[in-house]
Design a protein around this ligand. Structure first.
Ligand code: PLP
Length: 454
């Protein structure tokens, strides 16, 4: 663990984070909003999102694409990182495509007003409901396997309504360096089709008069070394040459997925550069197509985490402290239920006190939540000032794959979400109440409660 360098830790927080006030009263402020006030108004755990940081990330993607890709390009927001009405509205306003992976996500995007042409549907085993929602609302479906393609072709046979564009998901047989649970492009992965299957899919689609329009791959999530993407692009471009020779077919869109990582703790800093990643990918597609005399496709990037992770901060209230053998525990009012990532991937996190972060550090602290799991430990041995019950702890880089994976474990009520923008705070998701925990439940009739002799 590194020492306590609170200024360096600030680099993990949203772009608008400031330390305001005089000596004793200094506290963290995001987008000009008082975090202490927000926590008392909406309760903790509380998730806040800084819109300016989200917009800055989109701008980085746009600037790098327009500077380094000579043909048409676009950005798809991978909604599984975080989706609610407000995020759908935000994506729609910026004319981002939005990638949904189920009928449920599609219904949220549609409620936010995302139009058909901007809605892309993914999924490794799309249900009938997913396919129905796709045909009703989406402009593009990314076909994962040949079974799905057969089902889809049967489903649309004889339909007169406009059909979504078909993209085919290739499994390039390459892995990015990340936790095994976040790899999706390796040969043994459950996602996508190998090159031979993609070729069969292209042939089948052409035969049925529905030529695909796009090729897609996604290698995995939270990687910081883009070299496997370089190899996957080479594999894909070679496949495009073969498909052109065999079928006279070329994709009009090429989507090399998302997955670009973010820094979660000081050890990960500096922040991986969006510009470096996008420039590398865009140049390689442009040059690779030229070398192979392929027409330049529209280049569609598909980021999730790198748009929403750092804009989000989780606020927790300190409840108790204790010492166990060799450990000093700081117990807060959230953890595993709103952020399963440490338990799922062993993810690292950092934190700062909201009030007076410049206080001198105490001995390292293990930050854990109230849940009945020994794996409910958010941060191991973090250098931090001594904190007291009732104080607020801010955990940065909490915007992606936390709320979207949150659960009601131990009867946890999922937290409120507040959207911060230029000094204004807009609540966009309410905190759940006890009634919400009973919403799906139906009582058994008295007659069903008798003890059974069996
Ligand atoms: C999850 C996912 C993404 C985005 O991944 P991030 O790590 O959030 O950028 C992109 N494409 C597909 C197909 C995905 O499943």
């Amino acid at each position: 663990m590194t020492g306590y360098d609170w200024r360096r830790r600030l680099a993990l927080f949203p772009d608008t984070t400031r330390l305001l006030g005089e000596d004793e009263e200094q506290q963290l402020v995001i987008a000009g909003c008082d975090l202490v006030e927000l926590a008392s108004e909406y309760g903790t755990p509380l998730y806040v999102y800084d819109q300016a940081t989200m917009d800055n990330a989109v701008r980085s993607y746009r600037q790098a694409l327009s500077a380094s890709y000579p043909e048409a390009w676009g950005i798809t927001y991978a909604a599984k990182a975080l989706l609610c009405l407000a995020v759908g509205q935000w994506a729609r306003q910026r004319d981002l495509f939005i990638d949904c992976s189920s009928a449920g996500e599609i219904s949220i995007a549609v409620a936010a007003g995302v139009g058909r042409e901007n809605l892309v549907v993914h999924g490794v085993n799309k249900s009938q409901a997913d396919l129905d929602a796709t045909l009703a609302h989406a402009g593009t479906i990314v076909v994962d396997n040949l079974f799905e393609l057969e089902r889809l072709l049967a489903l649309v046979d004889g339909r007169t309504e406009p059909l979504p564009d078909l993209w085919l998901r290739l499994r390039p047989g390459l892995a990015v360096a990340t936790h095994a649970y976040r790899q999706t492009g390796q040969e043994s992965s459950k996602f996508g089709m190998d090159a031979a299957e993609v070729a069969r899919a292209v042939g089948l689609c052409i035969e049925r008069g529905l030529p695909p329009t796009g090729l897609h791959f996604h290698l995995g999530s939270q990687f910081q070394d883009p070299s496997p993407v370089t190899s996957a692009l080479a594999v894909t471009l070679d496949l495009m040459v073969a498909l052109r020779a065999e079928y006279g077919w070329s994709p009009t869109v090429l989507c090399p997925g998302g997955g670009w990582g973010v820094a979660y703790c000081e050890e990960d800093l500096p922040q991986p550069s969006i510009d470096d990643y996008v420039t590398l990918v865009a140049r390689q597609v442009a040059q690779g197509c030229r070398q192979r005399q392929l027409p330049l496709p529209r280049l569609q990037l598909e980021p999730g985490r790198s748009l929403v992770a750092r804009p989000g901060v989780a606020l927790y209230r300190v409840g108790a402290m204790k010492h166990t053998s060799g450990r000093r525990w700081l117990l807060v009012d959230g953890g595993l239920a709103d952020n399963p990532r440490p338990a799922l991937y062993g993810s690292c996190y950092s934190a700062l006190p909201v009030w007076q972060p410049a206080r001198p550090p105490a001995e390292p602290q293990w930050i854990a939540g109230p849940y009945c799991e020994s794996g409910d430990v958010m941060i191991h041995g973090l250098s931090l000032p001594e904190m007291h019950p009732g104080e607020l702890l801010a955990v940065p880089v909490s915007g992606a794959y936390q709320l979207s994976m949150a659960s009601n474990y131990n009867g946890a009520r999922r937290p409120a979400v507040v959207w911060l923008r230029g000094g204004e705070a807009y609540p966009v998701q309410l905190r759940e109440h006890a009634e919400d925990l009973l919403r799906r439940d139906l009582p058994l009739p008295g007659s069903a409660l008798e003890t059974l002799a069996y």
